[in-house]
Design a protein around this ligand. Structure first.
Ligand SMILES: Cc1ncc(COP(=O)(O)O)c(C=O)c1O
Length: 416
């Protein structure tokens, strides 16, 4: 009991201290371990496990989880009143703050449960006719490719997947791959802002410009970009954007948002039907039936945590941790290659894909877990393969070093 009562204030102290340290002149550089230790203390983690898959879904800081649990308990007292009348209206504050962060009007942003819901709203909600063409890449997220494929089976639209090399020779090369696939029938381009496979940041701004000049809608899958590295809507210029918030924002599981430029809202159908009176109202994408208010309201708490660290500071820490394992391994062994463009911050951030020559990816992933309790993500794509490594703000340099040691030891002695 005593420990439970003490723990939250201990964490609050840690947060205050992290904030203090982040003040001008107070440190907080990418390698300032005094600062990052305070951030680490905001999480309740099992430090016997080294979790290098923060791309799938991330733990929330403890106080974010506490806020959600508090509101779930409050809801449960009398959900019809506490949840619907008291907590649900607070979604408007979440909308306002997310919109401020993304750089759009709150009337252009819908709160969803994840990037899948946001992107499927876009993919299934645009009117297209038989023979209309959609350009995707073979590195788009599989669920989105499945959604397009279903539309193709159901309605006869034509899906044209392009490939691009990893790492690409240049951003211009990537744009050219799209340009070459455009025909007079192209209506849509769907592209990840940053791929979940190698962590390649795509030239979204250039693709939006390319599309706009030819009346092609460019749908941006930002599942991994929002709150991972700093950018705002106007830097992309996009009309359509979907993201999850349980990845890089560290919000509770089951949170995301959908952005639709205001004048486009009437042209995009919601996934679940909404009345005609809501045609131009972004809240039509939130007509999903009964759902917890606690989860989406705690987004505001996660956003405050994100702002306390600062988007730039967070991105530089993530790059610092990534470089720590990536540079070490590529310098130590000719068999290690990183398929993520490390040298260009416009093209990568915290995610990196490690390719180890002569090693079967699933076996290496299993070895790291079985022997060292390190979580990595196996990527076995038809064009390349490797271990996807994604540290987070709570990851210590020592944990990254244990990963590096374990890979090098495995290369020396073999997998067991
Ligand atoms: C590029 C991309 N899009 C969409 C998703 C789906 O995210 P969620 O499962 O949160 O809907 C992911 C998940 O990893 C992803 O990497």
């Amino acid at each position: 009991m005593a420990a439970a009562a003490v723990a939250p204030s201990f964490r609050r102290d840690a947060l205050l201290r992290a904030n203090e340290l982040a003040a001008p002149g107070g440190g907080g550089a990418a390698d300032d371990e005094d600062y990052w230790r305070e951030v680490q203390r905001a999480f309740d983690l099992d430090r016997t496990i080294i979790n290098l898959n923060n791309g799938g879904v991330s733990p929330s800081p403890t106080h974010v989880l506490d806020a959600m649990v508090r509101d779930l308990r409050f809801s449960n007292v009398a959900p019809v009143h506490h949840m619907w009348d008291v907590l649900e209206p607070r979604i408007e504050g979440v909308r306002r703050e997310l919109a401020r962060e993304f750089g759009c009007d709150p009337e252009e942003l819908a709160i969803t449960r994840n990037a899948s819901e946001s992107m499927e709203t876009l993919i299934l909600g645009l009117d297209l006719t038989r023979g209309d063409e959609v350009i995707v890449t073979t590195q788009n997220y599989p669920r989105m490719l499945t959604a397009w494929e279903q539309r193709s089976r159901r309605e006869g639209i034509v899906v044209k997947p392009i490939t691009f090399e990893v790492p690409p020779r240049s951003m211009a090369y990537v744009v050219d791959r799209f340009r070459q696939a455009i025909t007079p029938r192209t209506r849509v381009i769907e592209v990840p802002h940053i791929t979940n496979l190698t962590g390649q940041i795509m030239p979204v701004r250039e693709l939006v410009q390319l599309g706009r000049a030819q009346n092609i809608e460019v749908l941006v899958d930002g599942a991994h970009s929002f709150a991972h590295f700093p950018f705002a809507r106007d830097a992309l210029g996009c009309d359509w954007f979907g993201t999850s918030l349980h990845k890089w924002l560290l919000a509770p599981i089951g949170t995301g948002f959908l952005y639709v430029r205001r004048e486009k809202i009437p042209s995009l159908w919601p996934l679940m039907a909404a009345p005609k009176t809501m045609d131009a109202n972004v809240r039509k994408y939130e007509e999903i039936g009964t759902h917890p208010a606690a989860n989406h309201n705690a987004i505001a708490v996660a956003l405050a945590f994100h702002r306390a660290i600062g988007a730039e500071r967070k991105a530089s820490r993530l790059r610092f941790l990534r470089d720590r394992w990536a540079k070490r391994l590529t310098n130590a062994s000719d068999r290690c290659r990183v398929l993520t463009p490390l040298g260009d911050p416009r093209q990568s951030c915290g995610i990196g894909l490690l390719h180890v020559e002569g090693v079967e990816v699933p076996k290496m992933v299993a070895h790291l877990w079985d022997r060292h309790r390190i979580i990595t993500t196996p990527i076995v794509h038809q064009e390349f393969s490797g271990l996807r490594i994604t540290p987070n703000v709570y990851t210590s340099p020592e944990e990254v070093d244990v990963f590096g040691d374990s890979v090098l030891a495995a290369l020396k002695t073999g997998l067991s």
